[in-house]
Design a protein around this ligand. Structure first.
Ligand code: ADP
Ligand code: MG
Length: 323
């Protein structure tokens, strides 16, 4: 087995729209080691969900992967047909979506839905083993197994989200992608589920990509963090370095929205305006119109995503805000 469960190299995808192509993911490169939890953070519309659905190849009809590799356990899945990709979904890579209700079928009980995925990917399990495994999964996510015969509408929002997490874990995936799994829930439920996700990740030593617009949430669950801006990965490093030595002014700005976790040395950067329209993104560094440190080169040339300190990557002409 290779050290990396996932390797994404130069991934570029777009959505075709009536107004032209929307480059939602543009030249993104990162990897996830076995058992490692990474976070992806960025404002809404930066391409986080587009990365997630590209990794599972669950793309809408107007979306296309134009370039790059997505290696799952060393196999590039980009050229695979949908049928071939089905062998990897659930079993090797699985996903918890933002809207739990949409990923459950209202006409089947929760148990039947989990069993369906398991039957396809773990045909060697007997009915008895499957039933025991579902009980185990329910306990794992903090649901009473006695509720497994109920239907999704009988669950509260938080319970449904837990059931969806159980489903995503059912075929022992090598890596799980959680896309804003708690965003739609109230704060107390959010905290409880977040805590459970973190415990499960550690307990099962499972690789995870946790996606959120909230950098405080990301800090809770990830060992490394990638920061997305306008379809680009602009910074990636250990969570510790992202918080204490951010390089990209966008990362610095994201953190200043959470003053309680900003280290004393970090200069606060306020974030005015909105991410650009990806139909027509700005030239040079896509962040330059909002960046307090932008100079001529930022408006004209795109900075390379390069290593500034060991394992700390960023794409910026003025790393750390130094002119
Ligand atoms: N089905 C689609 N068709 C056209 N554009 C889309 C579609 N889905 C997402 N987009 C666009 O792609 C960009 C990235 O969106 P998304 O990946 O959902 O961002 P995030 O998850 O970071 O909020 C946005 O500009 C969004 O409007
Ligand atoms: Mg999203």
């Amino acid at each position: 087995m290779t050290e990396n469960v996932l390797e994404v190299n130069d991934l570029t995808m777009h959505y075709m729209t009536r107004k032209g192509p929307v480059f939602a993911v543009d030249g993104v490169t990162f990897h996830v080691k076995r058992g490692e939890a990474i976070g992806l953070v960025g404002e809404s519309g930066c391409g986080k969900t587009s990365i997630a659905i590209s990794l599972l190849k669950l793309l809408p009809n107007n979306a296309k992967i134009l370039n790059g590799e997505i290696k799952i356990n060393d196999v590039d899945t980009v050229p695979l047909s949908d049928k071939e990709m089905n062998k990897y979904r659930w079993k090797n890579i699985s996903m918890v979506f933002q809207a739990a209700m949409n990923s459950m079928n209202p006409v089947y009980s929760v148990e039947e839905q989990i069993a369906e995925a398991m039957r396809e990917h773990m045909p060697h399990l007997s009915d008895q083993e499957m039933s025991e495994k579902i009980d185990y999964l329910f306990n794992l996510v903090g649901l009473d197994p006695a509720l497994k015969t109920q239907y999704p509408h009988q669950y509260s929002g938080g319970m449904r989200q837990r059931a969806v997490i159980a489903m995503a874990l059912s075929c022992d995936p090598d890596i799980i992608i959680a896309d804003e799994p708690t965003t739609a829930l109230d704060v107390i439920v959010q905290d409880a589920i977040l805590k459970r996700i973190r415990e499960i990740q550690e307990e099962l030593n499972m690789a995870m990509i946790y996606i959120s617009h909230d950098i405080a949430v990301i800090a809770e669950v990830s060992q490394r963090v990638g920061v997305m801006y306008a379809g680009k990965l602009v910074e990636m490093s250990s969570t510790e370095d992202i918080f204490h030595h951010p390089i990209h002014p966008y990362t610095m700005a994201l953190m200043s929205s959470f003053p309680s976790i900003v280290g004393e040395k970090t200069e606060l950067v306020t974030l005015a305006g909105e991410p650009p329209d990806l139909l027509n993104p700005p030239a040079g560094c896509r962040f330059h119109p909002r960046c307090p440190y932008a100079t001529e080169i930022c408006r004209e040339q795109e900075p390379d995503f390069k290593e500034h300190a060991v394992g700390h990557y960023a794409a910026c002409w003025h790393p750390g805000g130094v002119k």
